[in-house]
Design a protein around this ligand. Structure first.
Ligand SMILES: [Zn+2]
Length: 328
């Protein structure tokens, strides 16, 4: 069990524990994995993705882990985020929770053989309640982050601080969008640089579609890698519209087909914009391999986000349909 900490000393106590992680050593330096996982968790909170005390081994966490790991990794460090996610339990403030029925299997696990065995048994991790309460506060996150960087990554401080700042900005933009019920205007109204808005758009759209292609349903996730794109419906070059309702989540093939104006999401037969369907270019030939598969999408339902606020907006679908009709 974790040591009990309380009151004003709690923050400094956790900062000390973050600086005393049990890690393997290699050539005189601690392996970075656990410290990187904690940085990722802190940024997850910055991004508004840690509203309850459940840390999921999912794409939002893993994308952050990968970004930080790329900055600090040594030549022999392997990107194995499942290891710190599992072994962090030895630190006392991190608990693993089994999927229903897997409690015995989790209790008997000496360690994960890979991501498969982790995900088969572990539903999520949670933090000490007091630590979770601290991490909910911006100033405390900063103190803990500084403690980690001071102890493990002083040589990469500048790059990490820059990355953390960018992640905070992405989180701020997404939080603003949530507060505005995603009724956001286009462009630079929130003052964020384009790289931040672009990342906020991509993450919001992909998450809204559960990382799934809205045409074929393909979903592929591996350790923070997804092959699903967040595509603009009204091309970004036309209106610089990064609002999530101008986005759709597509695999590479369907993204390219849409951008070549060979297919488009558009209203259903009765003009229903709430449940769009796929329209394809006239002139495609069902006897020709490849074109046949595109034609098969015609009139199929577009896979839309469960959150209706994030579904494609009418003007975006209309513009896509114009582009489909205009294409030669
Ligand atoms: Zn697809």
């Amino acid at each position: 069990m974790s040591a009990k900490v309380s009151g004003p000393n709690a923050l400094s106590s956790y900062a000390e524990r973050f600086q005393s992680l049990h890690t393997d050593q290699h050539e005189g330096r601690p392996r970075p994995h656990k410290a990187v996982m904690l940085l990722a968790v802190l940024s997850l909170a910055d991004n508004g993705q840690l509203t309850e005390n459940r840390i999921f081994y999912g794409p939002e966490l893993l994308e952050l882990f990968k970004r930080f790991f790329a900055v600090v990794r040594g030549a022999t460090d392997q990107c194995t985020p499942w290891n710190p996610f599992f072994y962090m339990k030895r630190e006392g403030f991190w608990r693993l929770h089994a999927h229903p029925g897997q409690e015995g299997a989790l209790a008997g696990m000496g360690g994960p053989r890979g991501v498969g065995s982790l995900m088969a048994n572990v539903a999520y991790a949670s933090l000490d309640g007091e630590l979770f309460g601290l991490i909910a506060q911006t100033a405390c996150r900063e103190t803990l982050r500084t403690a980690i960087i001071d102890r493990y990554f002083s040589a990469q401080r500048k790059a990490l601080v820059g990355l953390c700042g960018e992640e905070r900005e992405i989180g701020r933009v997404r939080e603003n969008w949530r507060e505005e019920q995603y009724q956001v205007g286009r462009g630079e109204a929130d003052g964020a640089p384009e790289i931040v808005r672009s990342a906020a758009f991509a993450r919001t759209v992909r998450q809204a579609y559960d990382y799934r292609c809205a045409a074929c349903g393909l979903r592929f996730l591996y350790e923070g890698i997804t092959i699903i794109d967040a595509a603009h419906l009204i091309p970004f070059s036309e209106t610089r519209d990064d609002s999530p309702q101008n986005g759709i989540s597509l695999c590479k093939n369907h993204h390219w087909l849409m951008d070549c104006h060979l297919m488009s999401p558009g209203p259903g037969r009765s003009g229903d914009y709430a449940q769009p369907i796929w329209h394809v270019k006239t002139g495609l030939n069902s006897r020709i391999e490849g074109q046949r598969e595109v034609l098969a999408l015609k009139n199929e339902l577009v896979i839309v986000p469960a959150d209706a606020r994030l579904r494609p907006k009418k003007e975006a679908l209309d513009r896509r349909m114009e582009l489909l009709a205009e294409a030669c």
